[in-house]
Design a protein. Structure first.
Length: 256
């Protein structure tokens, strides 16, 4: 009699421990337990210690931390009929654990799918230049559209970032030629602007020389001084009579 009794007691103890273990759940600070009682939603439980009714209650664990999800590369035809491959990254988190479990079967898979379709839809309405230059505006548009679709699922999309835009080889060469032509145009404009400014300065110098003939003679002397400084050899320049006449005329005009 003692043997079967001990066996029964041991079985009851093990069964009690198993039932107690199934009735106790611990939810971390970033987790919630969605509890169903006989199939009916009871609500979110946690964080901390959560007691369940064995066999009657069933709990689904849901994380509330921000999820970083890569959107696979998508083939997109832009508004100006250019085929590009674009991928992105999306940041979202669950704000209602009950909705994430009840309203959608797999919220991670569903969010990934809606992000892919929205990426093709929004970026396909843009031209290539807008896709390359207006990245911030497109990120905001993607975030708003995806967040609007996932809101009934209890999911908040905080950020969407377009990562890479891969262009065909022929389009890359065309853009490189366009950039080179633009640089050449800017160089020609700058060169023309420099020549225009130089011509304007020369015109101003000619006007000064026309008013003051002696200025030309002074420039002549300055040139001689520069040549004498740069060259060690002796250089002889003939001095024209007109050159001396300009100084003599200026001296005669001075009052005695």
């Amino acid at each position: 009699m003692i043997g079967p009794t001990l066996t029964l007691i041991a079985f009851l103890v093990v069964l009690g421990i198993a039932v107690l273990a199934s009735a106790i759940r611990i939810a971390r600070e970033y987790e919630r337990l969605v509890v169903f009682r006989l199939g009916r939603l009871i609500g979110d439980k946690g964080p901390g210690l959560v007691l369940l009714i064995p066999i009657v209650d069933r709990a689904v664990r849901v994380g509330l931390r921000t999820v970083t999800m890569d959107v696979p590369p998508q083939d997109i035809i832009t508004k100006d009929n250019v085929t590009v491959k674009v991928n992105a990254v999306i940041y979202f988190r669950v704000i209602s654990a009950s909705a994430a479990v009840v309203q959608v079967e797999d919220f991670l898979f569903a969010t990934s799918q809606i992000a892919q379709t929205t990426l093709r839809s929004i970026l396909g309405q843009q031209e290539l230049d807008e896709l390359l230059s207006e990245r911030e505006k497109l990120n905001q548009a993607l975030q708003q559209v995806i967040d609007r679709h996932t809101e009934p699922w209890g999911i908040k999309v905080s950020t969407v970032e377009v990562k890479n835009v891969d262009l065909p080889q022929e389009m890359q060469r065309a853009i490189a030629r366009q950039a080179e032509a633009e640089r050449e145009r800017r160089a020609k404009v700058i060169n023309a602007e420099g020549e225009f400014q130089a011509a304007a300065r020369l015109a101003e110098a000619a006007a000064v020389i026309a008013r003051e003939p002696i200025a030309l003679q002074l420039r002549y002397l300055q040139t001689l001084a520069e040549i004498a400084t740069e060259n060690n050899s002796t250089t002889i320049f003939p001095v024209p009579v007109d050159f001396l006449a300009a100084f003599m005329g200026a001296a005669q005009k001075r009052p005695g």
